[in-house]
Design a protein around this ligand. Structure first.
Ligand SMILES: Nc1ncnc2c1ncn2[C@@H]1O[C@H](COP(=O)(O)OP(=O)(O)OP(=O)(O)O)[C@@H](O)[C@H]1O
Ligand SMILES: [Mg+2]
Length: 323
């Protein structure tokens, strides 16, 4: 799957090592999708209010709300999913109220670990299949800020585990339809987010092995915070060979001749740090090329933004160009 085909799947699950920018990229993908004309829903499953915070909205809950044009948001929690699920199947408000009041989810979790995950993904599947009155799918694009790589395999394997426990009835059927969605490469793609750093690249390569074994289709690897060269190749080469005196000479040529040694040293340091970052990024690009058999999509490090929404808007603009 080429990066340009990213929006051909209705369901994108964004994962990655903790802190690499999963929520930021999920929000950016959803924003880009909605701007490109897709009716889009951005979904949170861990109840951390990451998106209401990024987009400065009221807290999100189990009601889908349109918070930007054609862009909806939802925070799924297992309790609400269970209540909805039961009322869909048994239509009994009385029973579901009763269940909601008992620690049913806690009980179910102890009986079968992973049931929470099944309820969360089950809700995503309901959204992915839902149609409007005119027969069209409700959403063209659903972007899920999924659990991090450390938990993603258990999360996505939960429906499978359920079918092993339960052999008959609606629960088994429901789990099977979720598995069908998660393994269908025309509907779903899991997107791994990484940085051009050793640990995240290693974790990404490991996760690809596990997820491939699970049979879930993988989309392009999202390379976040990719540093861009601040100058052209010739200038970078020149910078690499400079010492403190050379910095002072260049500045003097520009008419700035009162720069003391420590300031020149600090400037040189900044330049060399930049070179070091570019060098690391280049080595990590090579590792990605050698160890990861998937296309990749680089997204810029947004240095000139202070608010998270500005970062998301800038990345979404890059995505709109590429998709
Ligand atoms: N491309 C970028 N440029 C600049 N800042 C970024 C970029 N991507 C992410 N950030 C910033 O990095 C921080 C971490 O990003 P984010 O919260 O999206 O990571 P995460 O993977 O969702 O973290 P967690 O594992 O805690 O859920 C945030 O402050 C975010 O604004
Ligand atoms: Mg996050």
């Amino acid at each position: 799957m080429d990066a340009s085909q990213l929006l051909s799947r209705r369901l994108l699950l964004v994962t990655g090592k903790g802190g690499v920018g999963k929520s930021t990229l999920a929000a950016s993908l959803a924003l880009a999708g909605s701007r490109l004309g897709r009716r889009t829903c951005l979904v949170e499953v861990e109840g951390r209010q990451a998106f209401s915070s990024i987009f400065s909205t009221a807290p999100w809950d189990f009601e889908e709300r349109e918070f930007r044009p054609s862009l909806y948001g939802l925070s799924i929690d297992p309790e609400a999913s269970l209540t909805e699920y039961l009322s869909m199947f048994y239509g009994a408000q009385r029973i579901t109220k009763l269940v909601a009041r008992t620690p049913a989810v806690e009980f179910a979790t102890q009986a079968a670990p992973g049931i929470k995950d099944v309820l969360l993904i089950g809700k995503v599947k309901e959204m992915e299949r839902r149609r409007r009155d005119d027969g069209q799918f409700e959403y063209d694009l659903i972007v899920v800020d999924a659990p991090p790589t450390g938990r993603i395999v258990n999360f996505l394997a939960a429906p499978d585990a359920t079918t092993e426990l339960v052999n008959v009835g609606p629960v088994r059927q429901q789990a099977q339809t979720v598995i069908d969605m998660l393994t269908d490469s025309s509907r779903t793609a899991v997107l791994l987010t990484t940085l051009l750093e050793e640990m995240p690249v290693t974790e990404t390569a490991d996760s690809i092995r596990d997820l491939t074994q699970l049979g879930v289709p993988l989309g392009p690897v999202l390379i976040n915070r990719a540093v861009q060269p601040a100058m052209d190749d010739a200038a970078l080469k020149h910078l690499a060979g400079m010492d403190r005196e050379a910095v002072q000479r260049v500045l003097a040529d520009l008419g700035i001749d009162d720069v003391d040694a420590s300031t020149a040293e600090a400037l040189l340091d900044t330049g060399h740090t930049h070179l070091g970052r570019l060098d690391l990024a280049e080595r990590m690009r090579q590792r990605v090329a050698d160890e990861i058999d998937l296309p990749s999509l680089e997204l810029p490090f947004v240095a000139d933004a202070t608010r998270p929404e500005e970062i998301v808007t800038a990345i979404a603009a890059t995505l709109e160009d590429r998709l």
